[in-house]
Design a protein around this ligand. Structure first.
Ligand SMILES: [Zn+2]
Length: 131
């Protein structure tokens, strides 16, 4: 059973189009200058609708993680261990999963690299691996 693919909406489309170019793009608010992620129609900090998209070029680092020995969804039963993570890139934190590393080698603060992979439904997923 394939894992459910993300749903691309009019609001989130620029994020997915960024992944197609190999970029991680997030919204930033013109009013309060804070990042907005996940994609939204308005700033969740101040309510402004003046949002624009910007590529994140800083080094991703591991902010937090967990090790899921039991699949977190039936569709992921073929993956023996998952590592759900929060990744920090400059002042933005993203939820994702960590790949290509043994759970015992994972450390908070470790440098990461984006891993953009097919989602099985014609789109892309943003995962991370050690840099
Ligand atoms: Zn704002």
């Amino acid at each position: 059973m394939p894992a459910p693919a993300p749903i691309r909406t009019a609001i989130s489309a620029p994020f997915w189009e960024g992944l197609e170019r190999g970029e991680i793009v997030v919204q930033r608010c013109a009013a309060c200058r804070r990042p907005v992620f996940y994609p939204r129609a308005f700033c969740h900090h101040c309510g402004s609708r003046e949002l624009s998209w910007h590529a994140l070029a800083d080094q991703p680092v591991l902010y937090s993680f967990s090790v899921a020995d039991v699949p977190v969804a039936p569709e992921l039963a073929d993956q023996p261990v998952q590592i759900p993570v929060i990744v920090e890139i400059a002042d933005v934190r993203l939820a994702s999963t960590l790949e290509q590393v043994a759970p015992e080698e994972v450390r908070i603060g470790m440098a990461l690299a984006p891993l953009i992979v097919p989602d099985g439904g014609g789109g892309l997923l943003l995962k991370f691996r050690p840099a």
